[in-house]
Write a protein that binds this ligand. Structure first.
Ligand code: FEO
Length: 160
């Protein structure tokens, strides 16, 4: 279980890096101030998810391992593509959390099962948000005024 939780530490750290890269990319695009804040905020949240796991592993008598990270995707052909990547990424994270829940159940590790409930709920929220952004961008298409409103309002979509 410890090994699997450490793999999740890596996944959350990679998520943080991926959103950091999206933030850096959007920061140099014209008119994406809100989106940029959104990506940076999400990168911080993923770091918090990583730390929460790390502390849990250590508190339970294990050792939380700081993993080496791969360079994430740095540039995107459009904002829509960046959000498609974000959704794809979150779906992978959800799958990984579900696998951990499965393992905790099989190993009768009820403390970890209980701990993982927070991540299960968090993933539901993250998927909802990512889908909402993708749906909106699909509707907006190339409409510049739509994109303006998307950028202006994106932080209000994020209830976390
Ligand atoms: Fe912590 Fe967005 O997965």
């Amino acid at each position: 279980m410890q090994h699997a939780l450490n793999r999740q530490v890596l996944m959350e750290a990679q998520s943080s890096q991926a959103y950091l890269a999206m933030g850096s990319w959007s920061e140099i695009q014209p008119g994406l101030k809100g989106v940029t804040q959104f990506f940076f905020k999400h990168s911080d949240e993923e770091r918090m998810h990583m730390l929460k796991l790390l502390h849990y592993i250590n508190e339970r008598g294990g050792f939380g391992v700081i993993p080496p990270l791969e360079q994430p995707i740095l540039t995107f052909v459009s904002l829509k593509k960046a959000f498609e990547e974000l959704l794809k990424h979150e779906l992978k994270v959800s799958e990984s959390i579900n696998d951990l829940v499965d393992m905790a159940l099989k190993e009768k590790d009820y403390a970890t099962l209980n701990f993982l409930q927070w991540y299960v709920n968090e993933q539901m929220e993250e998927e909802r948000l990512a889908r909402e952004c993708n749906d909106k961008l699909e509707m907006i298409g190339d409409d510049k005024s739509g994109l303006y409103l998307f950028d202006r309002d994106i932080l209000t979509l994020d209830a976390t």
